[in-house]
Design a protein around this ligand. Structure first.
Ligand code: GRF
Length: 207
């Protein structure tokens, strides 16, 4: 069985989209462990309600970032995780972590990379910047995680129209509902079925 480990920090709606996609058999996999770096993340409640193993692992519990990240790495390794999914995870992982799961970490970002991404662009801040710039189309991106911030090979993207009276909150909800919650399960399904490959930093379908 294809085993998924999920890193979360907040409400866990992307985690819920994965849980639902497994329940309705769109994805043939199991979520073996959910780890949050925030103790009160509602995402942990979602894991609990769905009988999925969950853990809080926070940087402040450790004397160094290396020990914090190694604890996450060991927790996933013990579960023989095949894919690490960053689902609303609000922390930048070091090269040490990325190398531990080379080409096996994906992230959902709430914009059309390379727009509105990188340092400082996360969560609601992305949508605030989109509205400030006045772009008419935004969306979400699923990408492999490499050593950079939102710089790994792009797997899937989905567009969302910006509307005249959008607030950052309204736009965020539309991007989540009409883009994130669709392409994250789709990307996990493609990877679990070994249907994509990365060549020269470009992701392509192989079957
Ligand atoms: C949201 O801003 C979403 O766009 C981004 O992470 C934040 C929380 O997502 N991916 P979630 O509800 O915790 O999945």
């Amino acid at each position: 069985m294809f085993k998924i480990g999920v890193l979360v920090s907040g409400g866990g709606t992307n985690l819920q989209a994965l849980i639902d996609s497994i329940k309705n058999k769109y994805i043939n996999a199991e979520i073996s462990l959910v780890i949050s770096n925030k103790e009160n993340a509602y995402a942990l409640e979602r894991a609990k309600k769905n009988n999925i193993d969950f853990k809080y692992i926070g940087l402040k519990q450790f004397s160094s970032r290396m020990k914090y990240e190694n604890c996450i790495i060991e927790s996933f390794r013990k579960k023989n995780i095949d894919l690490v999914v960053l689902a609303g995870f609000m922390d930048i992982l070091s090269e040490n972590f990325v190398k531990a799961f080379e080409n096996k970490i994906i992230n959902i970002h709430p914009s059309l990379i390379p727009a509105f991404c990188g340092k400082g662009y996360y969560g609601i801040k992305v949508h605030e910047a989109v509205l400030k710039r006045g772009v008419k189309i935004t969306g979400a991106t699923v990408h492999f995680v490499d050593e950079g911030a939102d710089t790994g090979p792009i797997i899937l993207q989905k567009t969302v129209l910006v509307q005249d009276n959008d607030t950052p909150e309204i736009l965020q909800k539309r991007v989540m509902e009409h883009a994130e919650w669709i392409i994250l399960p789709e990307a996990v399904k493609l990877i679990s079925e070994n249907k994509i490959a990365v060549e020269n930093n470009i992701v392509r379908r192989i079957k």
